[in-house]
Ligand binder design. Structure first.
Ligand code: NAD
Length: 452
């Protein structure tokens, strides 16, 4: 394990990743290799948790191809020094910000989108001129095997390599001195990563989770709200970091909203064994999720089958903050619904919990949704939609506080894996005498007059 780390250090120090040509070449290679392995990865996603070809392409590959395409298209522009203004104290001079790669990176992925969450940051790392060791999640083992084969047979391990391992092995990787650690996963493990990084003062990007709320106001278009919300909640069987975790609906439209959700769920027909509805990743998570369901509060669903790791879409009502389902991030196909009377009450309730990765507000009332946006702190989100904000590469994607540190996607990914180096280019044809001895009163008066 540490041999890859040393190999990458040498590779990086030799400057092999720096040039535009080297970066373009590795991105092009990445694109080709991914296309070649696409079918095998889709099969592995099905093997790990019966993820359908449709969901695999739309939620993993489409975003990844887009990221590679965007990086290749913009690389020249992103690498260019960014000229900035120079203040008059430094005259005569010019100034620019240079982006330098951080160096040798450790990228740790999560199981829920095991391809995208490992490879999307890798694309940004390579575009920014870095090397990277990729650690896939052991909870999606078939995907991890194919990714290991795909990367390790097609790239120089000094540049890009996959290293597999469980929590213990990840701990060993974390003990090494990296230039940057990019971690996606739970907040609990995020703290372990942060502590390990602190030992070497290594910068981190932590892409964590949390309980992302969806507020449904009385002004919302309920049919469309239900359509978008149900799609985003039950995508990947609810195992999505930015899925709406729970709903706060205005009490006056509670019944109509629940009816609209029921219609939408029946229309979607997420029946047992339906090929477009994936499994819960493992028995541990199945049991954890079943423990969150209070059967007396089920409004819709509750159907389950442990042998198939299947939990059908489930809506719970009359939920309070004291229910088990509100005590942790659900990360599965259970949607608790609570009501509110005034928008301030909804905001106050959300504020009792940690800052979420996402928040959503369905409302046609601008004043109302602006109030929510200005009063709540969260990673990112949408007005009248869910999840889709992460598919817009112009928006930085990341959390705040308990939901994470840092952001990526598109140019923000390039930023995430670069250091912005500030340079002042001083001219030699003039030097103001003001700062040099003799430092008399007159000089100070001059300086005071100028600076005030
Ligand atoms: P996971 O179990 O796959 O763990 C993630 C990674 O952490 C794995 O590579 C694993 O090997 C490593 N790991 C686990 N325990 C460790 C330990 N003790 N020490 C060191 N490394 C360890 O995934 P998970 O944590 O169950 O992921 C689910 C969480 O991730 C949810 O909270 C979800 O919201 C969050 N998530 C966030 C994003 C995002 O982009 N912000 C995306 C997906 C998931």
């Amino acid at each position: 394990m540490s041999s890859f780390h040393e190999q990458q250090r040498t590779y990086f120090d030799c400057g092999l990743t720096l040039s535009y040509d080297a970066r373009m070449a590795v991105l092009h290679q990445f694109d080709q290799v991914l296309r070649f392995y696409e079918d095998r990865i889709v099969a592995a996603l099905y093997q790990d948790f019966q993820k359908s070809e449709f969901e695999s392409f739309t939620t993993e590959f489409a975003l990844l191809y887009e990221e590679i395409h965007r990086a290749k298209k913009n690389l020249k522009k992103w690498m260019r020094p960014k000229r900035v203004r120079t203040n008059w104290i430094n005259w005569p001079a010019s100034s620019a910000v240079l982006r330098e790669p951080l160096g040798v990176n450790l990228i740790i992925g999560a199981w829920n989108y095991p391809v995208l969450l490992l490879l999307q940051p890798a694309v940004s790392a390579l575009a920014a001129g870095n090397t990277a060791v990729l650690k896939p999640s052991e909870n999606a083992p078939a995907v991890a095997d194919v990714l290991e084969q795909m990367i390790n047979t097609n790239f120089d391990p000094g540049h890009l390599v996959v290293v597999q391992g469980d929590a213990k092995a990840t701990g060993e990787l974390l003990s090494l001195k990296w230039d940057h650690i990019f971690y996606t996963g739970s907040t609990q493990v995020g703290k372990i990563v942060y502590q390990a990084a602190a030992k070497h003062l290594t910068p981190v990007t932590l892409e964590l989770g949390g309980k992302s709320p969806a507020i449904i106001s009385q002004s919302a278009n309920l049919a469309l709200t239900a359509k978008r919300l149900i799609w985003g909640k039950f995508l990947n069987a609810g195992q999505t970091c930015v899925a709406p975790d729970y709903v706060l609906v205005h009490q006056s439209v509670r019944e109509a909203f629940l009816q609209a959700c029921t219609l939408e769920l029946k229309r979607n027909n997420y029946a047992h064994g339906e090929r477009h509805y994936c499994q819960i990743i493992n028995e541990r998570h199945f049991d954890r999720l079943m423990g969150l369901i209070d059967s007396e509060k089920i409004f819709f669903g509750g159907v389950h089958d442990r042998s198939q790791r299947f939990i059908g879409p489930t809506i719970m009502v009359d939920v309070t903050l004291d229910d088990a389902v509100m005590k942790e991030e659900i990360f599965g196909p259970i949607l608790p619904v609570m009501t509110y009377d005034k928008i301030d009450d909804a905001v106050a309730l959300i504020k009792k919990l940690e800052k979420p990765l996402a928040a959503y507000v369905f409302s046609d009332n601008k004043k109302e949704y602006q109030k929510v946006l200005s009063q709540l702190s969260f990673g990112g989100g949408a007005v009248n939609d869910v999840v889709m904000h992460l598919s817009n590469p112009y928006l930085p994607f990341g959390g705040v506080g308990h939901s994470g540190i840092g952001a990526y996607h598109g140019a923000h990914g390039m930023d995430c894996f670069s250091h912005k180096k500030s340079i002042l280019y001083k001219k030699n044809w003039f030097e103001a005498p003001l700062k040099y001895p003799p430092l008399g009163k007159k000089k100070l008066q001059w300086i005071k007059r100028i600076m005030k």
